[in-house]
Design a protein around this ligand. Structure first.
Ligand SMILES: *Cc1c(COP(=O)(O)O)cnc(C)c1O
Length: 451
């Protein structure tokens, strides 16, 4: 299988190259040249344990990697999860399931993708003998998940920029208390945007990039999307025949990555009715599905910070299918969005999407309601999914463990949820490095750390 760019101006590449490059050379995002039909596999896949299901699904795409190799990677990737089912599906009532995606090492769904990405990187390094320096910027969860996905991966140094004092204390601990010598949390004076700007400049210095073997971890890597497809399948297999036919998945959404993965599985033939895109008060995607207008606004910080996003980077992949694979049209729309921040879709075929939006007044109420009704504590991101529920059977994706957001839960429910992993972190020393958000300061730090 080959992978093409959404913008149509890069050569088709192998799976390994698409994973290694992340972003295509023409600035587009990689997608499979054509989507496989998974219907013939569904019977065989139904009873598989999670890592084996993942290996078999990924093998449809990673045709340049031996399936035995993939098996070793997927078993390794999901060995640090604290539930043997990896993605347990919990029934709340007759028409509601909760898909728990927070059993990985950093207690959020991003572990599903980044644990596997770490194994894919390790495999690549073993094959090529080239060591790499991963550089990323984070406002919280992604940085922690990336650091833990790459932990212990020989030949990788990880540098994660984050705005000092603007990530939650627990998120900082997840990055800065690993004790690993090849991990460098860089606390910068400034905002997330300052970090992002400096990072882009470091990447544009091609000589430096070569010198240190620079590589990005970001939300647009194709491997992340494919890894996320697997839990939709796994959840669907656990439903009854009648639930399978008319269920929808409800997905707390920021960058559109998670829900895109589910939508792609549906395009590959999984018979589910649709998806509800659940946003917080940063509701660009909700407005899109209500009005057809994609309009970038200002980000307002919310109680569900990992969804505080106004430019959904994975949206370009959806756009590609909307525009029937016309790379030129994708380039035009993306260009227009960059300049004017707005695009009106005249024929937005919604393809099974509905949407909802929960603001900061809703979130505490939703957490309280769910606790009163089901006796279950949910985190502020998952809470957004409980807004505007319909009558169909819903599988609600629980994207983070509530113990990651103790302040909000304490206020609403009067007690603080805990998790043993986080309790251990609180005992450990924080090791972080203060760096100015300039490309020169970052490069100097990296050179020094690598020698
Ligand atoms: C990243 C994140 C989201 C949003 O996921 P996207 O793929 O960006 O849509 C939702 N909830 C939590 C807890 C997250 O960390």
């Amino acid at each position: 299988m080959r992978f093409i760019s959404t913008r149509g101006e890069s050569p088709a590449v192998s799976f390994s190259t698409a994973v290694e490059e992340g972003l295509a050379p023409d600035g587009g995002l990689y997608l499979p040249e054509s989507l496989p039909d998974i219907r013939p596999h569904l019977d065989d896949w139904e009873k598989l344990p999670y890592p084996e299901l993942c290996a078999q699904f990924i093998s449809l795409f990673a045709t340049d990697i031996d399936i035995e190799q993939l098996r070793i990677m997927t078993v390794g990737a999901y060995s640090d999860f604290d539930d043997p089912r990896i993605a347990p599906l919990r029934r709340l009532d007759r028409k509601t399931h909760l898909l728990e995606l927070f059993h990985g090492p950093t207690l959020a769904f991003k572990d599903f993708a980044l644990q596997l990405l770490g194994k894919l990187y390790a495999n690549q390094i073993q094959r090529t003998g080239r060591t790499i320096s991963v550089l990323g910027a984070t406002s919280g969860d992604t940085g922690a998940a990336a650091i833990h996905g790459l932990l212990g991966c020989a030949g990788v140094h990880t540098f994660i920029l984050y705005p000092d004092g603007r990530v939650s204390p627990l998120q900082e601990r997840q990055m800065a208390c690993t004790g690993a010598v090849e991990v460098f949390p860089l606390a910068i004076e400034g905002s997330f945007d300052d970090a992002q700007t400096a990072l882009k400049e470091v990447f544009s210095d091609t000589e430096f990039a070569k010198e240190v073997g620079l590589s990005a971890v970001n939300s647009i890597n194709l491997a992340r999307i494919l890894a996320q497809c697997v839990y939709y399948l796994y959840a669907w297999f656990q439903l009854s025949e009648s639930e399978r036919r008319d269920c929808i998945f409800v997905v707390p959404t920021g960058n559109f990555g998670n829900v895109l993965a589910g939508w792609l599985v549906r395009k590959m033939g999984l018979p589910v009715s649709g998806f509800r895109v659940a946003t917080n008060q940063n509701d660009i995607l909700h407005r899109l599905f209500q009005t057809g207008a994609y309009e970038v606004g200002a980000v307002t910080p919310s109680l569900a910070p990992s969804m505080d996003i106004q430019i959904a980077s994975n949206f370009e992949r959806f756009l590609y299918y909307q525009l029937e694979g016309n790379g030129r049209e994708v380039r035009k729309v993306m260009q227009k969005l960059r300049i004017s921040g707005r695009h009106q879709f005249t024929t937005l075929a919604t393809h099974g999407f509905t949407s909802s939006s929960a603001d900061d007044r809703d979130i505490p109420k939703l957490i309280k309601n769910v606790f009163d009704q089901f006796g279950v504590v949910i985190d502020p991101h998952t809470a957004c999914a409980f807004k505007d529920r319909g009558d169909t059977h819903e599988v609600i994706l629980a994207t983070a463990h509530p113990a990651k957001f103790p302040e909000t839960i304490l206020k609403v429910l009067g007690s603080e949820p805990t998790h043993p992993i986080l309790e251990v972190l609180k005992e450990r020393p924080i090791v972080k490095h203060s760096v100015k958000p300039t490309p020169d300061a970052i490069k100097a730090f990296m050179r020094h750390a690598l020698c």
